[in-house]
Design a binder for this molecule. Structure first.
Ligand code: ASP
Ligand code: MG
Length: 460
C-alpha cells in the first residue's frame, strides 16, 4: 500500500492516524473521527463478492476472509501496544469477519448478489477498521468508542449503493454523538455506511467516508471538518498528467462540487451538501504533512483566478441521437433521458445544437452497453438513428470566477486550437462554473496540459 509514495504497512499508517488524534486532542479540541477502510479493502470486497456469487466456490470465501483476517490482525498487532486492548480488538475483528463470512456464504449458496447484500458486504471494510482505530486510540490512552454508521445515527433511505440520509438525520446524529463528546470520549465512526430506519445496512457510494464526515460535522455544528488524503490537497490538475500541477489553496463549495462531479475523484460528489447551509469550513489535508494548511473549502470563492482546476474523465463514451422529425426535439430529449434513467445510466454531459435534430450525450464508459440497450429498445418513431464513440475523454475546466468574465471559453478553445486539438462536443451550464468538452482519447492529456499552461496554473 502507498503512503505518500512510500510503501507503508497498515499498522504504521493507522498508528500515525492515532498519534494525530492524540496531538489535536491535547490541543483541547473535541474530536469525532470518521474512518475509511484500510487501503484497497473496499475494492477487494467488491471484486470478491462478484466472484463468489458467480463462481459459487466456498474455497474462495475461506481464502478471502483469511486474507482480510491476516491484514487486519497484523495491523492491530503492529499498532496496538496494550495486550488487553489488542485482545479485545482481535475478538471484535473475529466477530465481524464471522458476520462477513456468513453473508458471503449466503451469496455463494444462492449464486446471486443483490444490491442489498452487496452493501452489507462492501461496508465490511469500515466495520473492521473502526474497532481497529478505536483500539489504537485506547492504547494511546484516549478514551474512545467505535460506532457503525447506523449507531452514529446515519439513517438513510434504501437506495443501496447510493443511499441518502433521511430528513431529520441531524438531530438523531447529534443525540448520539454529543453525549459521547461531553463524556470526553473520541467517537470513531465507520464512514461510508448508513442504515435504514428498519436497521438494514446501506452505503453512501464510493468515497462515502467524506460524506459521512460532512453529515456528522453539520449535525454537531463542528468548527471545521478535515478530510485527510494522501495528496497535498486538491490540485489544479492530476499531477500524473500535468507534472507542474500545484495545490489549490482555497475553493468555494460550488467549485469543490463541480470538481467532484466532474471526475476529480478526491471528494465524494455530495460531500459538500451538508456543510453549505451551516457554512462549515472543510479542509482537505495531507496525512504525510499534517502541518500544511491543505486546501480550504468555504463559502467565499477566491476570484483572482478565473480558472482553478482542470479535470479529466477518461473512460467515457459519446452518443449522438438523431430525432425522426415526427416528434419535437424536446420530446426526443424527454424520452431519451427517461429511458436512460430507467437503466440507471449516469449522464455526464448533454449538448444540443439549435438547428439540428440531434442531441449529444456523454455517459460513463462502463455504462455504454446499458445506454445503447436503452436506446435500441426505444420506439422507432422517436429516434431515427444514433451512433456512439467510446474513444473519447471529457474535460472540465472549473472556476467560479468564470461567471461573468468574458473570454474564458475563447482562451480555452484557442489553447486547444494552437495545439491542433479538435473539440468533438462542448457544454457549459448556465452557472458558468464549468466549461466541459470532449476530445479524442489520444488528445486528452495534451489538451489538459494546454489549458493548464494557458491559464498559468503551474507553480509560480
Ligand atoms: N471505503 C469506501 C471506498 O473505498 C469509502 C471511502 O473510502 O471513502 O469507496
Ligand atoms: Mg477511501
Amino acid at each position: 500500500m502507498k503512503f505518500g509514495g512510500v510503501a507503508v504497512a497498515d499498522g504504521q499508517r493507522i498508528r500515525r492516524v492515532g498519534e494525530l488524534v492524540r496531538r489535536f486532542k491535547s490541543e483541547a479540541h473535541e474530536i469525532v473521527v470518521v474512518t475509511s477502510a484500510l487501503s484497497g479493502v473496499t475494492d477487494l470486497l467488491f471484486k470478491n463478492a462478484e466472484r463468489i456469487a458467480t463462481e459459487t466456490k466456498t474455497e474462495l470465501i475461506e481464502e478471502f476472509v483469511e486474507e482480510l483476517r491476516r491484514r487486519h490482525v497484523r495491523a492491530a498487532e503492529e499498532a496496538i501496544d496494550d495486550k488487553d486492548v489488542l485482545n479485545s480488538v482481535i475478538n471484535e475483528l473475529e466477530r465481524r469477519l464471522g458476520d462477513l463470512e456468513k453473508a458471503l456464504r449466503g451469496i455463494c449458496l444462492l449464486g446471486e448478489l443483490t444490491k442489498r447484500s452487496l452493501d452489507y458486504i462492501t461496508s465490511s471494510g469500515e466495520r473492521l477498521s473502526a474497532p481497529l482505530l478505536a483500539g489504537v486510540l485506547e492504547s494511546l490512552r484516549i478514551n474512545s468508542v467505535h460506532l457503525t454508521g447506523g449507531e452514529a445515527g446515519i439513517i438513510t433511505n434504501d437506495d443501496f449503493g447510493n443511499a441518502q440520509p433521511v430528513d431529520g438525520v441531524e438531530s438523531i446524529i447529534a443525540g448520539r454523538i454529543l453525549p459521547l463528546l461531553r463524556e470526553g470520549q473520541v467517537p470513531v465512526v465507520a464512514g461510508y455506511i448508513g442504515e435504514t430506519e428498519s436497521g438494514v445496512v446501506t452505503t453512501l457510494g464510493r468515497g462515502g467516508s467524506d460524506y459521512t464526515a460532512t453529515i456528522i460535522g453539520a449535525a454537531i455544528k463542528a468548527d471545521e471538518i478535515w478530510l485527510w488524503k494522501d495528496t497535498e490537497g486538491i490540485m489544479t490538475a492530476d499531477p500524473r498528467i500535468v507534472p507542474n500541477a500545484c495545490k489549490i489553496p482555497t475553493l468555494s463549495y460550488v467549485e469543490a462540487m463541480e470538481l467532484s462531479y466532474f471526475g476529480a475523484s478526491i471528494l465524494h460528489p455530495r460531500a459538500m451538501l451538508p456543510v453549505i447551509r451551516n457554512e462549515i469550513p472543510v479542509r482537505v489535508k495531507n496525512l504525510c504533512d499534517p502541518d500544511d494548511e491543505g486546501t480550504l473549502i468555504w463559502k467565499e470563492p477566491e476570484r483572482e483566478r478565473v480558472v482553478k482546476a482542470i479535470t479529466l474523465i477518461k473512460d467515457v463514451a459519446i452518443i449522438n441521437v438523431a430525432g425522426t422529425g415526427i416528434t419535437s426535439i424536446s420530446d426526443v430529449a424527454a424520452r431519451v433521458f427517461s429511458s436512460l434513467a430507467a437503466k440507471n445510466v449516469n449522464i455526464i454531459m448533454v449538448s444540443q445544437g439549435s438547428s439540428e435534430r440531434t442531441i449529444s450525450i456523454v455517459v460513463d464508459g462502463a455504462q455504454l452497453r446499458e445506454a445503447l440497450d436503452a436506446l435500441r429498445n426505444m420506439n422507432g418513431n422517436v429516434i431515427k438513428d444514433f451512433y456512439f464513440n467510446p474513444d473519447v475523454c471529457a474535460i472540465g475546466v472549473v472556476g467560479a470566477g468564470m461567471a461573468g468574465t468574458p473570454g474564458v471559453a475563447g482562451r480555452v478553445f484557442s489553447a486547444l486550437g494552437e495545439r491542433g486539438i479538435s473539440i468533438i462536443m462542448i457544454a457549459q451550464g448556465s452557472s458558468e462554473y464549468n466549461i466541459s468538452f470532449v476530445v479524442r482519447k489520444d488528445d486528452a492529456y495534451e489538451a489538459v496540459r494546454a489549458i493548464h499552461d494557458a491559464f498559468g496554473l503551474a507553480q509560480k
